[in-house]
Design a protein around this ligand. Structure first.
Ligand SMILES: [Zn+2]
Length: 307
């Protein structure tokens, strides 16, 4: 299974949509593209081959990507670990790698990989985070108890991260938020039902990030969150590809704006831009701490403009 995630860290993302639609035609093409995508970072193409779901985030440019073999199938898990570590270190040196991910547990997909194997290598992935001092991009499905137990056991190796595409219960969310450096990632999958929206309502904006999970997890007409969507773009079928339109049925980075609108709407917050600023700041705090000062400056400038 191969997919590309994009996480928005630009509050003016809607303005970028034209430039993003084209490259997203193919995730692989996107990753090889030299085109700077200012304001965005990508969780690179992830190859999930059973035990390990692993990829590394790169910043602004999508040109590097990694095929990650699962630990056990490599025949030599330790050698595989070392290879991943050196790949990550190389990426850090080049300024392209900002996190270890995607790591976690998915008990909805046990047919791909049994729980014991998932747990074993989830634990191992914290070692990667520890040795690289990077935050983590995490995935949790129907596995809150084991997931939180493993995070707890590895707290000393966990500098911070986001549990993306969150679809759990309010109780699961509370468990995650007990880790002070954990953020909850919201996308279309997190906004499908009224129960989902109730959970999102309870997540403090200060502990939230938003993403598209492109090309999947779009907000569909049948989803509970659709009533809060304000921004729409023209779309056309993939057979009639048009650079200025989104492709029907495919999630695209510009649509992160819709996630923002649903989050704000279901929380009853009228000031969408303020929610956007807070989420932008959260993202910088975890993945781009070096940008925090400039982000804070931008926020202050925004306040001054408003006065
Ligand atoms: Zn995921």
């Amino acid at each position: 299974m191969c997919f590309c995630h994009l996480v928005c860290r630009n509050r003016y993302s809607s303005q970028l949509h034209r430039s993003l639609v084209g490259p997203l035609r193919s995730p692989r093409k996107l990753l090889q593209s030299q085109k700077p995508m200012a304001g965005f970072f990508a969780l690179l193409e992830s190859i999930q081959l059973g035990a390990s779901e692993f990829c590394i985030m790169a910043r602004e440019l999508f040109k590097c990507w990694f095929l990650i073999q699962e630990f056990e199938k490599s025949g030599d898990p330790e050698k595989h670990f070392q290879a991943l570590l050196s790949l990550a270190k190389e990426g850090i040196q080049k300024g392209k790698v900002v996190a270890i991910g995607e790591c976690g547990l998915d008990y909805d997909r046990l047919h791909f990989c049994p729980a014991d194997t998932q747990k074993k290598y989830f634990e191992k992935q914290f070692e990667l985070a520890y040795h690289t001092k990077l935050p983590m991009f995490l995935h949790m499905r129907a596995a809150a108890e084991d997931f939180c137990e493993i995070v707890e056991r590895n707290k000393h190796r966990f500098t911070g991260g986001v549990t993306h595409s969150f679809t759990g219960s309010a109780e699961d969310c509370d468990k995650l938020l007990r880790f002070s450096n954990m953020y909850i990632g919201i996308n279309g999958c997190s906004l499908k039902t009224s129960e989902n929206l109730d959970v999102v309502k309870g997540i403090p904006v200060e502990r939230m990030m938003i993403e598209t999970d492109s090309p999947y997890c779009e907000i569909k007409r049948t989803h509970a969150g659709i009533s809060f969507v304000k921004s729409l773009w023209p779309s056309s079928k993939k057979e009639k590809y048009d650079q200025d339109k989104t492709v029907k049925g495919r999630n695209e980075p510009c649509l992160v704006r819709q996630v923002l609108e649903v989050v704000s709407g279901c929380k009853g917050i009228a000031d969408v831009e303020q929610v956007s600023k807070t989420i932008y700041h959260n993202t910088c705090r975890v993945f781009f701490p070096q940008d925090l000062d400039s982000a804070a400056d931008a926020l202050l400038a925004g306040h001054r403009d408003a006065e």
